[in-house]
Write a protein that binds this ligand. Structure first.
Ligand code: CU
Length: 474
C-alpha cells in the first residue's frame, strides 16, 4: 500500500478505552459542522443538501441536489462527496490525517451487521451527534448486506439493457436520479442498506443528514476497491472519465474533480485496511439429466455474451404485497440457446427441450424489473419469490425467495420523470426448482411481499408498478 492514511473497519477500531478515537473525532467533526448554520458550505445541513433536499433545484443554491443515482456516476460522485466530507472534518478538528471508518457489514460476523453501538447509544441527539431518531432498531439481515451478486458482476457497466453490471447504467449527462439501470452494487448492499436502516436513510433527500450515511458510503466505496482488486476493470469510456463535478472545499474554496481523477484512492489520499473479498455462498449446483457436466461447464465459460431474453410478462405489473404475476417463458425452439452444439446433440424432442432448459439454468439467470415507478411508496423492501404454490403466502416459503427490491430513490426517480430498472440474480432458486422437478418450462410465477415498510406505512394508498418483468440468461 502507498503511504497514505487508512480507512478502517468500524468494528475493528480499538474499544479497549471506550469510544474509539476515530469515532470521537468523527463526533467532534459532526458537532463542529452542526455549529455552522446555512449558508456556510462546510456546515452539516449544507453538506447533506448537496446529496438531496428537494426535487426542483433552486438556482440560488447550485450545490444542492447533486447526488448521482441509477447510473454510472453513482460510484465516482459518492467517492468525491465522501472524500470532501473527510477533508472538512479533518480541517475543523485540526487533524488532516483523520480518515472515516467504514461500516463493515460485509464481514461474515453477524455482530458487525448491527449499527455500530456509538451511533445508537446514548440515544440523545443533544449529547450524541452520531445518533438520529427514527432508524430501525433491528440489525441488518443477511440479505441486506450480501455483496455476492455485486462482487460477481463482470463488467463496470454493460450496454445491453440488462442491469447485471457492477457500477450501474450508461447516461450521457449527469442527472440526480438517472432514470436508468441500477447496477448490482447500487442495488445491494447500497439501496437495501438505506432501506433497512430506515429513518432519514430511507430517502435520498434526507439520507446524508444521518451520520451513518458516510460510513455506509465508505463501505460501498471500499467494495468498489475490493471488486477492482479482485481482477476487474473500471469503465474506460472517455465521456465517463472526463465528466467533472465540483464541491465546496475547506482548503481551496472549490474543488473540481474529473471522474478519471478519483479512480485511485491513494491519489486522493486514502486507502483501505483490507481489500480481501468477503466470503460468499457457493452457487446452487444444477443437477443435469440431459447435458453432460463438461458440456455445461463449456457452455458457461466466462466470456462476454449477449444476454438472451427467455420470458416476459404480457403487461405492466403492480407491486402489490402478496400479489402474483405470470411470466410466459419462450418456446425452447425459438431461443438462440437452441443453436448451441451441445443442444443439437440431444436425441429426440423432449431431450432437446430439456437440454435447452439445462443450458439456460446452467448460466446466470436474471429477473429484471423494468422501469419501476412509485408514489406514496409504503414498502421499503419487497421480497421477490418464484413459483409459490397457489393460495399460499410468499413469506411462508423462504426457500423460494429470489431477492428483493429496495425502494430507496424510487419516489425521487418517479418525480423526475423516470423510474428504476433492476436486475436480480435468480439462478439459485431457479436451479433449486429444476433440481426438485418443479421448474415449469411454460411459465414462471413471481410473487411480491412487503418485507419491510417505510415510515410512510399506508400500503393501501401506494401506487407502485413496473412496466414489466423480464427474465434473461447471460
Ligand atoms: Cu447512498
Amino acid at each position: 500500500l502507498a503511504d497514505v492514511p487508512l480507512r478502517r473497519a468500524v468494528s475493528k477500531l480499538d474499544r479497549s478505552h471506550g469510544i474509539p478515537q476515530e469515532l470521537k473525532d468523527y463526533a467532534d467533526g459532526v458537532r463542529a459542522m452542526m455549529e455552522r448554520p446555512l449558508p456556510d458550505p462546510l456546515g452539516w445541513v449544507y453538506q447533506a443538501r448537496i446529496h438531496g433536499f428537494r426535487q426542483h433545484v433552486d438556482p440560488a443554491h447550485p450545490d444542492w441536489d447533486k447526488c448521482q443515482h441509477q447510473q454510472w456516476f453513482f460510484l465516482p460522485w459518492h467517492r468525491m462527496y465522501v472524500r470532501q466530507l473527510e477533508k472538512i472534518i479533518g480541517h475543523l478538528i485540526g487533524k488532516p490525517d483523520w480518515r472515516i471508518p467504514y461500516w463493515d457489514y460485509t464481514s461474515p460476523d453477524e455482530a458487525d451487521w448491527a449499527l455500530p453501538p456509538e451511533f445508537a447509544d446514548p440515544p440523545d441527539p443533544d449529547t450524541n451527534p452520531l445518533f438520529v431518531p427514527g432508524r430501525s432498531p433491528d440489525p441488518l439481515q443477511e440479505s441486506d448486506r450480501d455483496p455476492a451478486a455485486a462482487l460477481a458482476a463482470r463488467f463496470f457497466t454493460t450496454h445491453d439493457n440488462l442491469a447485471d453490471d457492477f457500477g450501474s447504467g450508461v447516461i450521457h449527462h449527469p442527472a440526480q436520479f438517472g432514470h436508468r439501470e441500477t447496477g448490482q452494487l447500487e442495488y445491494k448492499p447500497h439501496n437495501q442498506v438505506h432501506n433497512a436502516v430506515g429513518g432519514l436513510m430511507e430517502n435520498p433527500l434526507t439520507a446524508a443528514a444521518d451520520p451513518i450515511f458516510w460510513l455506509h458510503h465508505a463501505s460501498i466505496d471500499r467494495l468498489w476497491e475490493v471488486w477492482r482488486a479482485d481482477g476487474h476493470t473500471n469503465e474506460t469510456d472517455s465521456g465517463w472519465l472526463g465528466t467533472t463535478f465540483d464541491f465546496p472545499d475547506p482548503d481551496v474554496g472549490r474543488k473540481t474533480y474529473k471522474v478519471s481523477d478519483v479512480l485511485s484512492t491513494e491519489a486522493l489520499g486514502y486507502a483501505y485496511d483490507d481489500l480481501t473479498p468477503p466470503p460468499v455462498a457457493a452457487p446452487e449446483p444444477l443437477q443435469t439429466a440431459f447435458l453432460a457436466a463438461e458440456a455445461l461447464e463449456e457452455a458457461a465459460v466466462d466470456e462476454r455474451r449477449e444476454p438472451e431474453l427467455i420470458g416476459a410478462t404480457a403487461e405492466a405489473v403492480p407491486l402489490e404485497p402478496d400479489s402474483t404475476h405470470t411470466i410466459e417463458l419462450a418456446k425452447s425452439t425459438t431461443l438462440r440457446l437452441s443453436e448451441e452444439p451441445v443442444v443439437q446433440d440431444a436425441a429426440g424432442p423432449e431431450a432437446f427441450a430439456q437440454a435447452i432448459t439445462e443450458l439456460a439454468l446452467g448460466r446466470k439467470v436474471f429477473l429484471q424489473l423494468e422501469n419501476v415507478t412509485g408514489r406514496n411508496v409504503a414498502v421499503g423492501i419487497y421480497g421477490i419469490y418464484l413459483d409459490v404454490p397457489e393460495g399460499e403466502r410468499p413469506a411462508d416459503h423462504p426457500e423460494l425467495k429470489a431477492g428483493e427490491f429496495p425502494t430507496f430513490g424510487l419516489e425521487a426517480a418517479t418525480a423526475d420523470g423516470g423510474g428504476i430498472t433492476q436486475a436480480i440474480d435468480i439462478t439459485d432458486v431457479a436451479r433449486r426448482l429444476y433440481n426438485e422437478g418443479r421448474w415449469n418450462p411454460d411459465r414462471l410465477q413471481v410473487s411480491f411481499d412487503a418485507e419491510r415498510l417505510t415510515s410512510n406505512k399506508n400500503v393501501a394508498g401506494q401506487a407502485v408498478h413496473a412496466d414489466g418483468i423480464r427474465v434473461y440468461v447471460v
